[in-house]
Design a binder for this molecule. Structure first.
Ligand code: NAD
Length: 315
């Protein structure tokens, strides 16, 4: 019996081709409904999903007889009931490496958008207004950038920003091997969180959302920031206390923010109020939305599934 994989969300074809070349039978149903999925899931050895497909316990139980693995092409696993998967012996993996470059480049793009007021300049020009005098920008070179969360994305941001001649402070909980080399290459210096917060002109956040990082930037942390500092968040909305951020952006404690992620997406209530502020540049969670990141996610998902099938002697 051939190994069968069902892809239930839109996926770059590269990964699907890799699976087929290795002898896997691949079915691509990117618009499959929850009911249809529940009806057919039992026929597959593995699923490839993105964020759209919700794999709750009842769906996983329907597939438990045959399903051995789920690969999330991308990062977030919040659409998968991980406890149920573990109990049912279904392996779950993702491809977090795929979007590193895309998110790092977006974080830097957002910094530059704020520094040169690009969204405002563009909006005004389209309305026939020539705001040359009003749009006095500032340069990233020479500014201190604080990177909170110095993993894949944070380190890539440091590499780009070192070329922009920024001074870089970085904070993370652990000091894994290899870190010294990154610090040497980027000129970044590790700093305790409080020092980073107090000394940075721009703070960019790259931690995962966990119980420890939830609201790690709140009223207290914002009060320690330089007057007129700037926050960039491309990690997860919940890392910042949005109420405290809204207050600080309204009363001028913070000069501006750029946000790709919100506590509520699409934003409503406070999240939407934040996105609408004139000193906020907001994007709709597009960190990983590049052609290259999508292609890498698809390829890496296929590679991980093939490794899994081979390790289990299925291929
Ligand atoms: P990573 O695991 O490589 O790096 C995360 C870093 O945060 C690590 O250095 C870790 O030590 C550090 N960290 C974790 N908990 C911490 C804490 N309590 N205090 C201080 N540091 C802590 O992850 P990554 O690939 O760099 O991605 C970072 C985050 O970016 C992801 O978790 C995800 O939430 C977000 N992301 C967003 C998008 C988007 O579309 N905007 C896309 C991909 C990833």
């Amino acid at each position: 019996m051939p190994v069968k994989v069902l892809a239930t969300d839109p996926l770059d074809e590269m990964g699907l081709e890799m699976l087929k070349r290795a002898g896997v039978e691949v079915h691509y149903r990117p618009g499959i409904s929850p009911e249809e999925l529940k009806a057919v899931i039992g026929q597959y050895d593995a699923l490839i999903v993105r964020g759209r497909t919700k794999l709750r316990r009842d769906v996983l139980e329907a597939g438990a007889r045959r399903l051995k693995a789920i690969c999330r092409a991308g990062v977030g696993l919040d659409n998968i009931d991980l406890r149920a998967a573990e109990e049912l012996g279904i392996a779950v993996f993702n491809t977090p490496e795929a979007s590193t470059e895309a998110v790092a480049e977006l974080a830097v793009a957002l910094m530059l958008s704020l520094a040169r007021a690009i969204p405002r300049a563009d909006g005004a020009l389209k309305e026939g207004r020539w705001l040359k005098r009003e749009l006095m920008g500032w340069e990233l070179a020479g500014r201190t950038l604080g990177i909170i969360g110095f993993g894949r994305i944070g380190q890539r941001v440091a590499e780009i920003c070192s070329a922009l001649k920024m001074r870089i402070l970085a904070y993370r909980r652990t000091r894994p091997p290899g870190l010294e080399e990154v610090l040497r290459r980027t000129g970044a210096r590790m700093a305790p969180l409080e020092e980073l917060i107090r000394s940075s002109d721009i703070i960019t956040i790259h931690v995962p959302l966990t119980p420890q990082t939830r609201h790690m930037i709140g009223e207290r942390e914002i009060s320690m920031m330089k007057n007129g500092a700037i926050i960039i968040n491309t990690s997860r909305g919940g890392v910042i206390d949005e109420e405290a951020l809204l207050k600080a952006l309204k009363n001028g404690k913070l000069a501006a923010a750029a946000l790709d992620v919100f506590e509520e997406e699409p934003p409503k209530g406070i999240s939407l109020e934040l996105a609408r502020l004139p000193n906020v540049v907001a994007t709709p969670h597009i960190g990983g939305q590049t052609r290259e990141a999508q292609k890498k996610a698809s390829e890496m998902a296929a590679k991980k599934l093939l490794e899994f099938f081979r390790s289990k002697g299925l291929l």
